[in-house]
Design a protein around this ligand. Structure first.
Ligand code: PAF
Length: 282
């Protein structure tokens, strides 16, 4: 497995592969990789001849009050995981390599990026779209892989690719959970032992909501209330949002649960903001 820190070096490796007729899959990440990322890389390895993993904590998607500086990093562990999962190249640029000092171009989506996490993190998706667009231009992958845990991110990137005619297949991959149900996330490392237990309320409340929907409940408000009440009973939890939206259009709020529906939540456990969700087709 190769490691490249420069854009030109990365392009040279990939253009050699392309000349040889190899297909290329990209897994964009911010590092501190876990089983969730591993499942994306393994899926990419199954579906492409060569897999590139980008490891870049993208400053542009963090607001000044967010955790850019303290975001966990462990590059040696990341490389071992990538190699183990079958990646052929890790692209690990410094911020200066990605954003030169005259940088002033941005990629943004409307509507789909405005609700849910977009409300509490207003500049986040502009930063995500810009860096993912740059990674797509650098790597020129045939396919790119994203986890459904960041469901809104997945929807935003699909929209960007459609709207801007990028010739890349976006593959969404299922949420990977710890044995007790907590969705895997690099930010789980921030949780104290007590908070780690309290964090289970995210999955527990979603699980119950899903059961009610499968049992025939159609009123979005009732499902939301059920989730809100359960989470509010957990003293260490503070809700950022609980939303039920359409999954196949603009992520607009729905009143009646029918068609493809995303139930998404963001909850602070202590100071750590965690997200989780489920998608159902009714
Ligand atoms: O999901 C992430 O880790 C990041 O938002 C991404 C897609 C790598 C862009 O920085």
């Amino acid at each position: 497995m190769k490691i490249a820190t420069e854009i030109e070096q990365t392009r040279d490796i990939i253009s050699f592969w392309k000349k040889e007729g190899f297909s290329v899959g990209l897994v964009p990440t911010m590092g501190y990789l876990h089983e969730g990322h591993k499942s994306l890389i393994e899926r990419a390895v199954k579906e492409n001849d060569k897999v590139v993993v980008s490891v870049f904590v993208n400053p542009m998607q963090f607001a000044p009050n967010e955790d850019f500086d303290s975001y966990p990093r462990d590059f040696d562990k990341d490389i071992a995981l990538c190699e183990n999962a079958g990646a052929k190249l890790v692209f690990h640029p410094e911020p200066d390599e990605m954003y030169n000092k005259n940088f002033t171009s941005y990629v943004d989506t409307a509507q789909v990026s405005e609700g849910l996490c977009g409300k509490s993190r207003p500049i986040h998706f502009r930063g995500v779209c810009t860096v993912v667009c740059k990674l797509f231009n650098i790597v020129q992958p045939d396919r790119a892989y994203f986890g459904e845990k960041d469901a809104q991110q997945l929807a935003v990137i699909k929209r960007m690719v459609d709207d801007l005619n990028m010739n890349i297949k976006i593959v969404g991959c299922p949420i990977i959970r710890e044995e007790d149900g907590l969705a895997k996330s690099s930010r789980n490392i921030y949780l104290s032992a007590e908070e780690r237990k309290a964090a289970l309320i995210l999955n527990k409340s979603l699980k119950l909501a899903k059961e009610k929907i499968y049992a025939g409940e159609k009123a979005a408000e009732k499902i939301k209330t059920l989730i809100v009440d359960m989470i509010n009973n957990e003293p260490l939890a503070k809700i950022d949002y609980v939303e039920i939206v359409d999954w196949d259009k603009n992520l607009d709020e729905v009143k009646v649960i029918e068609g493809e529906i995303l139930t998404a939540i963001a909850v602070y456990i202590g100071k750590t903001r965690l997200i989780d969700n489920f998608i159902v087709k009714c």
